[in-house]
Design a protein around this ligand. Structure first.
Ligand code: CDP
Ligand code: CDP
Length: 232
C-alpha cells in the first residue's frame, strides 16, 4: 500500500481510529491485535516506526544522542509504511524490518531517538496517513494526545511496573522497561500522558481475553457501534 502525504482530519475522514497509549509492556499491542481481528480493522504499531528509525541510525553508526546527525540521517531515509493483511509494516531504504526491531540495542536507544522533535513530526505524519486508507487501531505513546486527538475512541492501558517487567522477561527479551518509561514520560515533545478523553484500563490482573473484553466495553461506552465478529 502506498500512503499519501496528505494530513487527514478525523472529522473529515471516511475512516475511524481507535487510539491506544500506555507504558512499555502494558499489553497495548496484544489488546490492539485482538481488537483489530474482532472489529476487522488494521492494527498499526507506531512503536515499530520509532524502532525502525532507531535501527537505521544504529546501522549507520550514528550516536543516538547526536541530534544533528540523527536528523540528517532521517532526511536521507526512504521510509515506507504499508500493511500486510491486518498489520502495519515498515521498510527503510527497501528493507522490510521486523525481528531486528526487538533487539537489545534498539530497546536501549529508541527512547532517545523518539525524543527528537523532527523524528516525531515525520512519523506522526506517516501515522495519520494510514487513516486515508483504512480504519485502524493504533497503539503507542501519543496516539490519543497527538496523532488522533479528535477520535472519541481512546484507551490508556496500564499495569504495575512489576507485572510489566515480568511479562517482558517471560518473553525472553532484555528490555529496560523502567528506563524507557521514565524517558518517554519526561520528554518535552509528546510525553506519555493519559490524554483528555482516554479511559484507563488497568491490565495488571486481567487475562488477555478479559483485557480485550474490558477494552471493548470501554469502546462501546465511547460510542463504538462497529460490528464485533466475536472471534477470539
Ligand atoms: O512495545 P513497547 O511498549 O515495548 O514499545 P514500542 O511501542 O515498540 O515503542 C518503543 C519506543 O518508541 C517507546 O519506548 C517510545 O520511546 C517510542 N514511541 C513513541 O515515542 N511514541 C509512540 N507513539 C510509540 C513509541
Ligand atoms: O505493546 P506493549 O509493549 O504494551 O505490550 P505487549 O507487547 O502486548 O506485551 C504484553 C505481554 O504481556 C505479552 O506477552 C502478552 O501476552 C502478555 N499479557 C498481556 O498483554 N495482557 C495480559 N492480561 C496478560 C499477559
Amino acid at each position: 500500500m502506498g500512503l499519501s502525504q496528505q494530513a487527514p482530519h478525523f472529522a473529515n475522514a471516511p475512516h475511524f481510529a481507535i487510539a491506544i497509549d500506555g507504558p512499555a509492556a502494558s499489553g497495548k499491542s496484544t489488546i490492539a491485535k485482538h481488537l483489530a481481528r474482532r472489529l476487522g480493522l488494521v492494527m498499526v504499531n507506531s512503536g515499530a516506526m520509532y524502532r525502525a528509525v532507531t535501527w537505521k541510525v544504529l546501522e549507520l553508526g550514528i550516536n543516538p544522542d547526536d541530534h544533528t546527525a540523527v536528523v540528517q540521517a532521517l532526511q536521507a531515509m526512504n521510509i515506507e509504511c504499508g500493511t500486510a493483511g491486518n498489520f502495519s509494516t515498515i521498510a527503510i531504504d527497501g528493507r522490510l524490518l521486523d525481528e531486528e526491531l526487538r533487539g537489545t540495542e534498539v530497546n536501549l536507544a529508541v527512547s532517545r531517538v523518539a525524543a527528537v522533535p523532527e523524528v516525531r513530526s515525520l512519523l506522526v505524519q506517516l501515522q495519520r496517513d494510514y487513516l486515508q486508507h483504512t480504519s485502524l487501531v493504533m497503539e503507542g505513546r501519543d496516539i490519543c494526545s497527538v496523532v488522533f486527538p479528535d477520535t472519541p475512541f481512546k484507551i490508556y492501558v496500564d499495569a504495575s511496573e512489576e507485572v510489566r517487567a515480568a511479562r517482558r522477561s517471560a518473553e525472553g527479551v532484555t528490555d529496560s522497561v523502567a528506563a524507557r518509561d521514565k524517558a518517554d514520560s519526561n520528554r518535552t515533545t509528546a510525553p506519555l500522558i493519559v490524554a483528555d478523553g482516554a479511559i484507563v484500563l488497568d491490565n495488571s490482573d486481567h487475562t488477555v481475553a478479559s483485557a480485550v473484553e474490558a477494552a471493548l466495553d470501554i469502546l462501546r461506552s465511547q460510542g463504538l457501534s462497529h460490528e464485533d465478529s466475536g472471534d477470539a
